[in-house]
Structures are given as C-alpha cells and as structure tokens.
Design a protein around this ligand. Structure first.
Ligand SMILES: Cc1cc2nc3c(=O)[nH]c(=O)nc-3n(C[C@H](O)[C@H](O)[C@H](O)COP(=O)(O)OP(=O)(O)OC[C@H]3O[C@@H](n4cnc5c(N)ncnc54)[C@H](O)[C@@H]3O)c2cc1C
Length: 48
C-alpha cells in the first residue's frame, strides 16, 4: 500500500505544531518530524 503526504513539517515546537494542526484540520495530509519527542526541553516552546 502506497503512503502519500502533501506536506512534511520538520520541527514540532509551537510553530510547527500549529502549522501541522491547521493543515490537518483543512484535510491536508501532513506528517511531522522532530529530532526529539515533544514535549522536550530542547526547544524554545518547552525549554529554557
Ligand atoms: C525562556 C523563554 C521565554 C519566552 N517567553 C515568551 C513570551 O512570554 N511570549 C512569547 O510570545 N514568546 C516567548 N518566548 C518565545 C517563544 O517561546 C518562541 O518564539 C517559540 O516557542 C518558538 O517556537 P518555534 O516552534 O519556532 O521553535 P521551537 O519551540 O524551538 O521548536 C523547534 C523544534 O524544531 C526541532 N528541530 C530543530 N532542528 C531540527 C532538525 N534538524 N530536525 C528535526 N527537528 C528539529 C526542535 O527539536 C524543536 O522541537 C520565550 C522563549 C523562551 C526561551
């Protein structure tokens, strides 16, 4: 079975997560990647 996506978001802090959420709400097929497992303390959104 082929898997397709319209948009790939790299980085799931506040900005990436919001983009991913709003695209998905509009029916866009999205995939998000982060180098850590959000929430984590290695970005501005959750960390220092
Ligand atoms: C102490 C502090 C206080 C703040 N207070 C305020 C405030 O009062 N009001 C306000 O408006 N803003 C505030 N900010 C700013 C706000 O938090 C940031 O502007 C916002 O969270 C940035 O979100 P972002 O998604 O762009 O970045 P980030 O939250 O940093 O997300 C980036 C994500 O990308 C991932 N990533 C990075 N490189 C890669 C890679 N190569 N591959 C995969 N994933 C990757 C990271 O792991 C991270 O999860 C504050 C920031 C700090 C640090």
């Amino acid at each position: 079975m082929a898997h397709t996506t319209d948009v790939i978001v790299v980085g799931l802090g506040a900005m990436g997560s919001a983009a991913l959420y709003h695209l998905a709400q509009r029916g866009v097929r999205v995939v998000g990647f982060d180098r850590y497992a959000p929430p984590h303390n290695m970005g501005s959104t959750h960390g220092l």
